[in-house]
Each structure stands twice: as C-alpha cells, then as structure tokens.
Design a protein around this ligand. Structure first.
Ligand code: ATP
Length: 309
C-alpha cells in the first residue's frame, strides 16, 4: 500500500472553554481520491479541516501530509494544501487576477500566468479577471475563493461546505470542477451536510457526529446502507389496518390511516413497487397521490448513533 497523502492519527481537540470538539480521530486519505466528510452542524468538520490546515492546533494527535508533519514541518505540509473556506476572506477592492496571483506568491511560487489563466478559465472567471471582487455576484465570489485555493497548485484541496447557499447551476459547476481536478490527480476532501453531494462526488465518505468519526466507507457501500426510501400513497378512503395479503411489503399506516407507507431499498433492481401497486389494484384500494422521499441525514444518524443529532 502506498503511504496515504493525508494521515490523521489520534487527533482530539478541546477548545479553551473546555469543549471537546474532536475525539481521537483517525483518518487516512489516498492520493487522488475524493473524500466527503458528512455530518450535521457542529459535528466537528471545520475543526478537523482547520487542524489539518494548521489554523487550529490539536490537543493530541499527529497529522502528516505527503509524509510531512503538519506541525513540526508546517511550511512543507501547508504548501501541499489548498483550502476553500466557508466564509469570504478576500480584499473586496482587489481585482480577481491580483487576488489570485497574490495567493500563489504567498506560497513562494512565481507568477505563472498560464496556470492562473487556466484556473480562472476553468472557473469561468477569466472574463472578470480585471473586475474588483466587490463587483462580483455571490456565486462568482465563491469561485474566486476556489481560484485562490488552487493558485499555488496544491495536491490536496479542502472544500468546506462548497455548495452551502449556492444555486443549482453553481452547484453543478462545482461538481464538474471537482471531477476535472480529480482527473488531474488532485486529492479532494469536502465537508457537507448534503447526502446528494456526497453521492454525486465522493469515492469514500466519512460520517462524523459530535466530534467522533463514526464510519468511513466506500460511497457505494454506504449508499446501500443509506439507500432506504419511503413510498407514501395517499388513499382515497382511510384504512383501519393494513389489508391482509400485503405482509410481504411490511407496510404501515400514517396520518390517521390516510397514508399507506412502504419503506424500500432504492439500490435494489426490484424495489417491490410495481408488484405492490398491482396488489393494491387487485384489492380495489384506490389512491389519489404518491410520493417517494429519501432517508434524511437525520434518519441516518438515528440509525448510526441511536439518537437524534
Ligand atoms: N473557537 C472555538 N471555541 C470553542 N468552541 C468551538 C470553537 N470553534 C468551534 N467550536 C465548537 O466545536 C464544535 C464543532 O464545530 P465545527 O465548526 O467544527 O463544526 P462543523 O461540523 O464544521 O459545523 P457546521 O456544519 O455548522 O459548520 C461546535 O460545537 C462549536 O461550537
């Protein structure tokens, strides 16, 4: 096995006030993978990223980036990392090009104009290169943050909630960009609340809650575990009980008998829905509406930790 590009071991963080935001986290990220860290508000995602990027000091544990210790060999480790923060942290009066070039020089790299041009073109910012940041839309400002993080050609890119509060078009663009970066060999670690985002982008997913990394798994394996969906039929006539003969689907009634609910595994070829609809038709059970919903992150946490997040 090659050495992971990022190795986090035994990392805990207790903030000054005494609050422990991370408990003994171990995590190994392989070169070139896209890793999604999934967790609710306050789970410890930003704390973990901040520790890896040297912004916050861990209380215990070690971090190695491509073999460099992130504390004793901070400069070498940090040079390999690009961080796209959640919040805007740019000089509003600077132009896009100057801001991004400055970020590159901060890491001791020369002003390599062809590389920066490519980054700005990839992010659809080239036409705006001479605009001041204050003249850009919110979505464009987010793109500038990404361009800044990529300016010094990092090997590992951290995206902290890349699509929180952005519109669907920008979200899709971000996903495309992430895939393009991966094709070039960049390792990407993103934090998110959204299962869809992890589903769309990640090779592996880690679930974090209350400062503990609960599991790390291949996305496909995790999605199978998370693949439960609810199929709700709104009935024309309410029922007192689930009719006999429908036991195979393990149905339940909700909303005073007006909703017939079927929980199914969306990852299976045969979801059981067509046969259920036929069985209902045979029994003359009429419905006026139907709806399917994914299990929410909240449900997954209930499954994982046995309590509400
Ligand atoms: N500087 C700090 N001092 C004290 N507590 C902090 C500090 N920064 C974060 N915390 C606490 O640590 C916990 C984890 O916060 P963190 O920002 O890492 O969560 P997160 O998973 O990134 O959440 P979100 O999804 O809301 O961004 C929270 O309870 C937060 O209040």
């Amino acid at each position: 096995m090659p050495e992971p590009i990022l190795a986090v071991s035994g990392v805990s963080k207790t903030y000054k006030g005494g609050f422990t935001a991370l408990h003994d986290v171990d995590l190994a990220i392989n070169k070139g993978e896209i890793f999604a860290l999934l967790g609710p508000n306050g789970a410890g995602k930003t704390t973990l990223i901040s520790i890896i990027c040297g912004i916050v000091t861990p209380s215990t544990g070690t971090i190695r980036v491509a073999g460099h210790d992130a504390i004793s060999d901070y400069k070498a480790a940090r040079r390999l990392i690009g961080l796209v923060p959640q919040e805007l942290s740019v000089d509003m009066f600077e132009t896009v090009l100057a801001t991004v070039t400055f970020s590159r020089r901060l890491f001791g790299r020369s002003g390599h104009s062809a590389y920066i041009e490519q980054v700005l073109r990839d992010l659809s910012l080239w036409d705006k290169r001479n605009a001041r940041i204050m003249e850009l839309s919110g979505g464009m400002k987010r793109r500038v943050l990404i361009a800044k993080a990529l300016a010094h050609e990092p090997e590992v890119l951290f995206l902290d909630e890349p699509t929180a509060g952005v519109d669907v078009a920008l979200r899709r663009d971000m996903w495309k960009l992430v895939h393009r970066l991966r094709e070039r060999g960049t390792t990407i670690i993103l934090t998110t609340h959204y299962i869809e985002e992890a589903e769309e982008m990640a090779d592996r997913v880690g679930v974090i809650n209350k400062g503990r990394l609960l599991l790390v798994d291949e996305k496909t394996a995790l999605m199978q575990k998370l693949g439960k969906r609810e199929f709700d039929l709104t009935l024309v006539e309410p029922l007192d009980a689930v009719p006999a003969g429908l036991e195979a689907w393990q149905l339940s009634l909700a909303n005073d008998g007006t909703t017939l609910r079927y929980v199914f595994d969306s990852t299976r070829e045969d979801t059981g829905i067509p046969s259920l609809l036929r069985a209902l038709a045979d029994r003359h059970i009429a419905f006026k509406d139907l709806e399917t919903s994914k299990s929410s992150l909240e449900d997954i946490f209930v499954d994982l930790v046995g309590e509400r997040a």
